[in-house]
Design a protein around this ligand. Structure first.
Ligand code: GDD
Ligand code: MN
Length: 380
């Protein structure tokens, strides 16, 4: 078979397919792709870490179809596992679009054309094939345990990263990207879930999704292990720490909690060690914690937002005081009417309404404070 267009023009699509012991699946995969994508200018890159005859099987397919390329990795490279295989494949793509999918036919090859069409018609940078979108399915996740882990991991990603909420399935291994949209990205080897890595590292990407039914594995066995579960957790942590914009709200909440410690430390030392007046000590303690919060938010939470000058930095710091006072106002506005709302609770707890009222007040203050800090104090 001849490729639709040969020569120096950019191909339309590259399929990046990681393989590890998939000899029983790749012939059917290649055939179904060729049927589903007939007439389109595509390439397939297999990134192979197999110890069985998969490379020979792919080599045989390649002889008949020059659109197929095989990268068989050496032992050292293989240690990087699935994610580095996917990343290596994506780095080779010279086409307009790149699609990542599994080799075991759990990702229906017939969906690729639809993903491409959505990308072309919507101008999206990323098209996700989602097991969790309406019309999709995850019956192919073999055991109930895998399903629970999949749901739990997805929930965690969405809770920590707002960018993961752009799709119902940020952990899917089946997605298509506009190659240029991610060409500047520096993938880290810890980037275990490649789609999540892309979404978090490039927060401005336009994302669309289509549903698909995750099929049972055709042949061979899953390579999912407990170690991969742990790698996933360390991936989440690494994204959180090393990508400045990632998980901003949680960074802000961490800084806020440290402010409580600063507040108490200053208050207690002024009163106990310096014999200060308790009201004055309280004011100084509040002032100190607002300042430490600002400094930490500047150095950590919004460290990617540059201060144009020293004056700019000082103005931001000064602005964080009225913002903190507004947040305090929001806290009070929630606390005051709710503190006596005993009728909302069972009679035995009626006298304690002030406690949940205070907690809700803190929540309101945090929300107001975070919003004003992102929109005003640390506006780019
Ligand atoms: N090159 C390479 N190296 N490929 C690998 C490796 C590896 O170390 N481990 C697995 N693969 C290939 C498999 O051959 C298959 O094509 C694909 O990666 C997915 O591996 P499976 O072992 O079939 O994983 P799974 O079906 O349990 O997990 C799938 O579902 C997850 C979500 O539930 C994958 O699509 C994951 O990416 C996805 O997150
Ligand atoms: Mn699989």
């Amino acid at each position: 078979m001849k490729p639709a267009h040969q020569g120096s023009t950019r191909p339309l699509l590259t399929l990046v397919i990681p393989t590890r012991n998939e000899a029983g699946n790749v012939p059917e995969l290649a055939e179904r792709l060729s049927g589903a994508l007939s007439g389109l200018d595509y390439r397939i890159v297999f990134i192979d870490d197999s110890s069985d005859e998969t490379p020979e099987v792919i080599e045989e397919l390649r002889r008949r179809d020059p659109r197929i390329r095989l990268i068989h990795r050496d032992e050292a490279e293989q240690r990087g596992g699935l994610s580095t295989a996917v990343i290596a494949g994506m780095e080779l793509a010279e086409s307009e679009y790149t699609c990542v999918m599994d080799a075991d036919l759990q990702h229906p090859p017939e969906k690729v054309g639809e993903m491409l069409k959505v990308a072309q018609s919507s101008g999206a940078d990323v098209v996700v094939a989602s097991r969790y979108a309406r019309g999709g399915g995850y019956a192919g996740l073999a055991s109930p345990a895998r399903r629970i882990i999949s749901r739990g991991s997805r929930l965690l990603a969405k809770l920590v990263f707002s960018e993961a909420r752009k799709t119902t399935d940020p952990l899917t291994g089946f997605f298509l990207v506009r190659t240029r949209a991610i060409s500047g990205l520096q993938f880290r080897p810890t980037g275990f879930k490649v789609l999540l890595e892309i979404l978090v590292c490039a927060p401005d990407l336009k994302v669309r999704e289509i549903p698909f039914r995750f099929q049972p594995r055709r042949s061979g066995t899953s390579k999912a292990t407990l170690r991969q579960g742990l790698e996933y957790l360390s991936h989440i942590l690494s994204l959180f720490w090393y990508v400045p914009s990632a998980g901003r709200f949680w960074k802000f909440a961490m800084v806020g909690s440290s402010g409580v410690v600063v507040n108490m430390a200053v208050l207690i030392s002024l009163v106990e060690l310096a014999g200060a007046d308790k009201t004055v000590a309280w004011m100084l303690a509040v002032g100190a914690s607002i300042m430490s919060n600002f400094l930490l938010n500047n150095a950590f939470t919004w460290r990617d937002v540059r201060n144009a000058s020293r004056i700019h930095f000082l103005m931001r710091g000064a602005l964080s005081y009225p913002v903190a006072i507004l947040a305090l106002g929001a806290n009070f506005a929630v606390y005051y009417p709710l503190k006596d709302a005993g009728h909302l609770f069972p009679t035995t707890m009626a006298d304690y309404a002030y406690i949940p009222a205070a907690l809700l007040g803190i929540l309101a203050a945090t929300a107001v404070n975070f919003t004003l800090n992102s929109q005003l104090v640390f506006r780019q």
